[in-house]
Design a protein around this ligand. Structure first.
Ligand code: HEM
Length: 433
């Protein structure tokens, strides 16, 4: 046998050669796969890591910059994942309407899968019977226009917000924090039939930790063979322990209260507890297909509660804070709104936000669009109307409206980077509430 043949037949016996060979195989496989796919334009990927060097730019702002360069449908290769970014109305319509059924599964990272206990919730459930039933339940038991408690909660909590602001007349108030309390109380009352009986600060800390985990970068999501170097496991366990305490309390209160699901006062947790089926093992199978009825485990109930807390608190608060910031930045608009409210000309938005105008999709569109849209919009309009109607607003220390910071942070709802502080004085001498 020749020397050449000897070399090609022998297996390497050192680690470096194995790593080299393995990397070579991965590169060749990736190149072969890439060359086969007719992909949309995007930044040129490197072998193995693809466009991972751009990771820090993959926020809503960074993606907008990339879209200007590569167009409304662009492709990124992040490790072994293909990422497609859609940023024009035409492509949004294609994805969220024309191809809605094919694209109805939300991708979930390792952190999301862990925090939702393996997609046991609604927001990250696979597009299967469990999701359909859960969605039906939430629409009838939480978001139905007929559910008086939902709308009453918005009214009462907005009144409490106005009273809290009025008590601080002439002082700088942290509007961002106040509206976060408002949205927390609205969600707790509408979804869990109670006002927050825990520290709002602690609750918000838990939500913030949850947000941080959800957007944190974990290499294992893009290169599964490197998942072992991710340091996130312990952090995720701590986060889950944090919100488990809140959720167990909510479930415990409902079990003690023992309200039947047919009770008119029953909320979504009572309704879910009525479907409790301790022996069903997984989220995806949590529907008895023969009867079309919902069987939930405690895992599902906890994960859906988490969805409602997480999906409904920061989103509502940050939209109110943004609306107030825009009004304080544009005093003419604030005056016009105050005049319209005095004339009781109801329609504050005039925009179609329900997912059929693809230029504006604050609540998404299609099958997975936001089930809380009516509640979110109602809380937003009601709170902003009350704050605008009830008070004159000044900025701090002679800040000019045009100097107000409008930076945003990367997160679930692109919240305002700087909390909004402003000084209220009542516009009327009679108490509003
Ligand atoms: C102004 C307030 C809100 C905004 C801007 C907002 C925005 C959104 C968006 C953009 C989506 C994704 C839609 C898609 O993929 O097409 C979504 C989904 C969702 N939202 Fe909201 N949301 C708000 C309020 C709420 C409230 C109050 C709740 C519940 C209490 C809620 C619960 C959910 C849930 C559970 C989903 C997942 C739905 C599914 O996958 O089937 N949201 N929301």
């Amino acid at each position: 046998m020749s020397g050449m043949a000897m070399i090609s037949m022998e297996w390497p016996n050192d680690l470096v050669s194995w790593v080299f060979l393995a990397s070579l195989v991965v590169v060749l496989l990736q190149l072969r796969q890439r060359s086969k796919l007719p992909l949309p334009p995007g930044p040129k990927p490197l072998p193995i890591i693809g466009n991972m060097m751009l990771m820090s730019q993959l926020t809503h702002r960074g993606l907008a910059v990339l879209a200007e360069r590569y167009g409304g449908l662009l492709h990124l290769s992040v490790g072994r994942r293909h990422v497609f970014v859609v940023s024009t109305a035409e492509y949004a319509l294609e994805v969220l309407q024309a191809q809605d059924a094919a694209l109805a599964n939300r991708p979930a990272t390792t952190a999301i899968a862990y925090l939702t206990d393996g997609h046991a919730d609604m927001a990250f459930a696979q597009y299967r019977p469990f999701w359909r039933q859960g969605r039906k339940l939430s629409v009838t038991k939480l978001f139905s226009q007929r559910r008086a408690e939902t709308w009453l909660a918005v009214r009462d909590e907005s009144a409490a917000l106005v009273r809290a602001v009025a008590r601080r007349s002439g002082e700088a108030v942290n509007l961002g924090e106040l509206v976060l309390s408002l949205s927390t109380n609205v969600i707790f009352r509408t979804a869990f039939g109670t006002r927050v009986n825990i520290s709002v600060g602690e609750y918000i800390g838990v939500l913030e930790e949850f947000s941080r985990n959800i957007i944190a970068f974990n290499i294992g999501d893009f290169m599964p063979w490197l998942a072992w170097i991710d340091p996130s496991r312990r952090r995720l366990r701590e986060t889950r322990k944090g919100f488990d305490r809140f959720i167990d309390k909510i479930i415990g209160n409902h079990i003690r209260r023992g309200r039947s699901s047919t009770d008119t006062e029953a909320d979504i947790v009572d309704e879910m507890l009525a479907c409790l089926h301790e022996t069903k093992p997984t989220a995806g199978d949590a529907v008895d297909d023969r009867h079309g009825s919902l069987c939930l485990t405690r895992r599902n109930i906890k994960a859906v509660i988490l969805d409602l807390m997480f999906g409904g608190t920061e989103t509502v608060a940050s939209s109110i804070e943004w609306a107030m910031k825009e009004l304080l930045r544009n005093p003419d608009d604030l005056r016009r709104l105050q005049q319209e409210l005095a004339d009781v000309d109801g329609d504050a938005s005039g925009l179609d936000l329900n997912g059929s105008c693809f230029e504006f999709l604050p609540f998404g569109s299609g099958r997975r669009s936001c089930p809380g849209m009516a509640l979110g919009l109602h809380a937003l309009e009601f709170a902003v109307a009350q704050l605008a109607h009830g008070f004159h607003w000044e900025l701090l220390d002679g800040t000019k409206p045009s100097d107000l910071d409008v930076g945003d942070a990367f997160g679930l709802s692109a919240p305002s980077a700087q909390r909004l502080y402003a000084v209220p004085t009542p516009r009327f001498t009679c108490p509003l509430y």
